[in-house]
Design a protein around this ligand. Structure first.
Ligand SMILES: Nc1ncnc2c1ncn2[C@@H]1O[C@@H]2COP(=O)(O)O[C@H]2[C@H]1O
Length: 465
C-alpha cells in the first residue's frame, strides 16, 4: 500500500539543511536517512520524496510512500517480505560515461580555444592570439545558422562548430529571429545564463537524451512554427513557450525510461506517483531554472505562473505513453473540422501536437541524420537493457540487445508511433514540409527493411551451410 502525505515544512521535527535541497526541487529519502528518522528504523520503513517547488514557494512538501508500522511499538503483523527493488547504483548506469549526473558533466567540453559560455557574468580575459580560431568557427556557425529553417539542417555540424554549445547558440539565434528579446523586454545576460544552465543540465554522456537532442527538437519546433497555419496565428507568447518547451523538454533526463525508475523505486517515481515521471521532472527542472535565472522576473506574477503551467502542458504532452490520447483528440478535431486557431485553447493543443512531432521527428529526417539518431537511441536503450540484466530485472522492450537490432527497433517505432502521428499532422498541415517529412519517413523505413534483410542474410547462409 502506498500512503501519500503532504505536510507543510513546519511538521518536520528538525530543520532541513540547505545543502540537501537541490535547485531541481526534489530530494529523496529512505528509512536509512538519519535526517528523517524520528522513529526507530526497525519500526518504520519510509520512502518518499521532498518537493519545495510548490506554488506559494514558502512551503516544503514531503511525500511518504510505503509507510508501514509508523512509530507503533509492538509486534508487527506477519507478512511475506515484498521483493526488494533492485539496488541499482545510478552511477553504474553511466560508468565510464556520466559519473554523477548533471554538474559532474560540466567542464567536459574541451574549448576550441577559449570559450566563456559558462562564465557569462565574468569579464572577458585579455585577448590571446588563439581567439582567432574561435572567430573562424563562430563565423562558420553563424553561416550554418542561416539555414536553421531548413528540414535538412545539420545540428551535428552546428554542435561541432560551437564546440558542444548548439542548444545555446541555436535557441539564442531563434529568440533574436522572432524578436522575443524586444517583445518580452528580456535581459540578454539572463537569457544567455538561463540557456547555458539548461544546456548544462542535460547529461552530456547520455547517448541520446542530451542537449544535442534538445537542440534538434528546438530546430524542428522552429520549422513547425513557420508552417502557415501556425505562423499566421500564433502569438509571441505561444512562440516563446514553444521554443522554451522544446529546449527544456528532456532536462536532466537520466538516460533510462519511466519503467526503470518505477521498478527501481527511484525517488522521482515516488515524487510523481509513477505518472509521467520523467516529463514532470523535466518540467519542474525547467521551472526551477526559469525562476533561478530571473529571466521572467520583470513580468507580472500571474503571467509567469500561467506561462509555467502552459510550459508544463507542452512538456507533459511528450509522454509517449499518452500518445493515443492526443492522437484520438487530434483525429476528432480533424474529422469535425472544428479547430479554430483564433481560439487560445485550440492553438495550445496544436502547439502540443507540434511539440510531440518535434520530439520524435528523427525518423523523418534525411537518411544520414536519421541513422545517426537511431544509433544513439539504440545505444541508450541497450545500455539500459544491460543494466537491467545485470540486476536480474526483466529487460525492457526494445532494450534487449540479444533479441533486437537497430533496424527492427526502427521499423517498429516508425510503424507504430511515428507514422500514425505524422500522417495526422500532415492532414492538419498539408504543406511542402509535411510532404518532405513523409517522403523521408517512407524512404527511411524502406532503408531499415533493407538493413533487416541484410542482417538476416548471414544467418540464412550459416543455416544452409
Ligand atoms: N529513432 C527512435 N527509435 C526508437 N525510439 C525512439 C526514437 N526516437 C525517439 N524514440 C523514443 O520516443 C520517445 C519519446 O519520448 P522520450 O524522449 O522520453 O523517449 C523517446 C524514445 O524512447
Amino acid at each position: 500500500m502506498a500512503v501519500c502525505y503532504q505536510l507543510p515544512v513546519l511538521a518536520l521535527d528538525r530543520p532541513v539543511p540547505k545543502h540537501v535541497l537541490s535547485r531541481r526541487g526534489a530530494i529523496s529519502f529512505s528509512s536509512s536517512s538519519a535526517l528523517f528518522s524520528p522513529t526507530p528504523r526497525h519500526l518504520s520503513k519510509r520512502r518518499g520524496a521532498i518537493s519545495y517547488d510548490s506554488a506559494d514557494q514558502t512551503a516544503l512538501f514531503i511525500r511518504l510512500l510505503d509507510v508501514r508500522g509508523r512509530s507503533q511499538p509492538g509486534p508487527q503483523p506477519q507478512r511475506r517480505a515484498p521483493r526488494p527493488p533492485p539496488q541499482v547504483d545510478f552511477r553504474d548506469l553511466h560508468s565510464g560515461r556520466d559519473a554523477a549526473g548533471p554538474g559532474a558533466t560540466r567542464g567536459l567540453h574541451r574549448p576550441l580555444s577559449l570559450q566563456r559560455s559558462r562564465h557569462v557574468l565574468q569579464r572577458s580575459p585579455a585577448p590571446e592570439p588563439r581567439h582567432i580560431l574561435d572567430r573562424d568557427y563562430g563565423g562558420q556557425a553563424t553561416c550554418v545558422l542561416q539555414r536553421v529553417g531548413c528540414w535538412d539542417f545539420d545540428v551535428f555540424l552546428l554542435d561541432r562548430l560551437t564546440n558542444g554549445n548548439s542548444l545555446v547558440s541555436l535557441t539564442l539565434h531563434l529568440f533574436v529571429h522572432y524578436g522575443l528579446i524586444r517583445l518580452f523586454q528580456l535581459d540578454v545576460v539572463k537569457l544567455r545564463r538561463f540557456l547555458v544552465c539548461v544546456q548544462e543540465d542535460y547529461r552530456s554522456h547520455n547517448p541520446y537524451h542530451n542537449a544535442l537532442h534538445a537542440a534538434d527538437v528546438t530546430q524542428a519546433m522552429h520549422c513547425f512554427l513557420r508552417e502557415p497555419q501556425l505562423a499566421e496565428t500564433l502569438t509571441s507568447c505561444d512562440i516563446l513557450l514553444g521554443l522554451v518547451a522544446a529546449a527544456t523538454h528532456d532536462l536532466d533526463h537520466p538516460g533510462v525510461n519511466q519503467r526503470f525508475l518505477v521498478q527501481t523505486e527511484h525517488h522521482l517515481a515516488a515524487l510523481y506517483q509513477n505518472t509521467s515521471v520523467l516529463e514532470n521532472h523535466h518540467w519542474k527542472s525547467a521551472v526551477g531554472l526559469l525562476r533561478e535565472s530571473g529571466l521572467l522576473a520583470h513580468r507580472p506574477a500571474s503571467e509567469r505562473l500561467k506561462m509555467e503551467e502552459r510550459l508544463g502542458s507542452l512538456i507533459l504532452a511528450t509522454d509517449i505513453s499518452r500518445q493515443n490520447d492526443y492522437l484520438s483528440q487530434f483525429r476528432c478535431h480533424l474529422q469535425s473540422g472544428d479547430l479554430r486557431m483564433d481560439n487560445a485553447n485550440h492553438r495550445h493543443f496544436i502547439l502540443q501536437m507540434a511539440m510531440k512531432c518535434a520530439d520524435i521527428c528523427n525518423p523523418c529526417r534525411p537518411w544520414r541524420l536519421c541513422k545517426l539518431w537511431s544509433s544513439k537511441v539504440t545505444e541508450e536503450f541497450f545500455h539500459q537493457g544491460d543494466t537491467e540484466r545485470k540486476h536480474n530485472m526483466e529487460v525492457s522492450p526494445m532494450c534487449d540487445r540479444q533479441t533486437n537490432s537497430m533496424a527492427k527497433i526502427q521499423i517498429d517505432f516508425i510503424s507504430n508511433v511515428v507514422e500514425p502521428l505524422f500522417s495526422e499532422w500532415s492532414r492538419f498541415s498539408a504543406t511542402p514540409l509535411s510532404r518532405v517529412m513523409m517522403g523521408h519517413l517512407s524512404a527511411n523505413k524502406a532503408g531499415w527493411r533493407r538493413s533487416l534483410l541484410e542482417e538476416a542474410e548471414p544467418a540464412k547462409l550459416s543455416a544452409s551451410s
